[in-house]
Design a binder for this molecule. Sequence first.
Ligand code: PEP
Ligand code: MG
Length: 573
Amino acid sequence: MQQARKAWKGNPVSPGIAIAKVFLYEPTILAVEPREIAPTAVTGEMDRFQGALAQAKEQLQELYDRLCIQHPQQAKIFAAHQEILEDEELLEEVETAINQEHIGAENAVEQAFDQFAQMLAQVEDPLIAGRAADLIDVKKRLLRILMGKQEKRLDQFDEDVILVAHDLLPSDTATLDREHVKGMITEVGGSNSHCAILARSFLIPAILGVEGITGALQDGWKVILDAVEGNVICFYEADEEKAYEERRDRFRQQQQEEQTYLCRPGMTKDGTPIQIGMNIGSDHYEGEEQAYSFIGLFRSEFLYMEGEHLPTEEEQFAVYRNVLERAKGKTVTLRTLDIGGDKTLPYMELPKETNPFLGMRALRLCLLHPDIFKTQLRAALRASAYGKLQIMFPMVGSMEDIYRAKSMVRQVQEELTQEGYAYDKEIKLGIMIEIPSIALIADLAAKEVDFASIGSNDLTQYLCAADRMNAQTEAYYQSYSPAMLRILGFVFRSFASEGKPVSVCGEMAGNPKAAAILVGLGARKLSMNYASIPAVKAKLAGMTLEEMEGMANQCLTLRTEEEIRRYVDDRIF
Ligand code: PEP
Ligand code: MG
């Protein structure tokens, strides 16, 4: 019997559509049993280690050679891994363990590499701390060789597959068989993870953060991966597959054409400038500088989620400063900690709530824990001396929220002045518009803040009372609903009357059709994931402002989201 249609939602980090069979990737398990060796076996064990070392270097050289011509940037991972195998201190640690502790080569490798990885992970510079993952990757390579385990290869498939995994290591993804891997789905990983970056540069559609997907799908099942909207669909009807096939083919062709727009300025066909910004989640962002004119959303919470403790003021300062210096004078919009809802911190007990999305999330949590909030504000303000920073508060629901957040900034500014720190005295303070109660008083809010950015992801969920994480409420989560368009139009008009900038930084901004409606409704600034930039610029360049306004006005006369979507689909392809 055919099972009922099933769908899951995730974070589309590399756009595209794929339909293929599932390949469940479970990395080789490398359980190292403790093993002592006799003193007479030391020489033999040392030889085993040296042999494994030589083989690992050979493998890495082969991987590097294969990748470096077309993807020199990605190939660097393997050059870095080779360097790890040249690290004298590390190698000495392994050899001493075999020689003096008389333990097996596998045990010695595991012990030394883990110890070095732990040390690295504690270093304040996040760039260095991030190298711990590479050490673990190299350790696994050595262990696989020593234990005679075959590397689970992702570089050769006989048929098209969609790769489904809990997580993918840099070396897994760098060697992918790009002809046959049509898509990737993982349970963990953010927009700035290695996996996401590689997927984008290889133009492989990918959805990350789909909870429980490895347990829900089986090898060989056919799935639709819609990495435009962020949906994974299984047990669908033939007509849905056909519709997706058509969308996929259109998407591929378009993608080639759109890439030519990446570095052009954002503007409509008749020359109205639309500023295109980029959303980032860390200071490791990549991309062509001409592609974006500002950083419209720096999701600072990733810095808190990746570590094992609350980031200190100095740690945060280093990251924010790095982001600003890399931005080379472009405005960077730092969003203060947005934790709660679906985002938790492994080291911090958050209050147990029945409805966490309606609970002590983001700014509310920061106001409840002024120490955490102040530490971030101090780091941000100090970093503001190194570039063009603006600070934005998430989950603002009322004017009181604005007053309280601003008062906190003033307190911190006074402290810093007294302590003699330099910071931008004119720093702009703004809000996310993602709760209807603030959107509906945008005229008042616009008088009190310097700028705003519309978080359409949350605004949709709160306006429609439909959980953004719940695939079952997908039909109720209507970003194109008449209510949503009215409220968006009101926000744009309110900020325009005050002469203050308002952007959109939710997923709508990165969706080309939605972007055209947003511009028609009054948006002049859109901020999105890097991968979405070419498609949005191309779409905006293909329509005049008048056409977009006409379309938006017509949408405002329609009664249901379905009517609006149909109307837009008929006009924009
Ligand atoms: C939003 O809500 O639209 C937004 C940009 O913020 P996040 O997705 O991080 O909640
Ligand atoms: Mg939000």
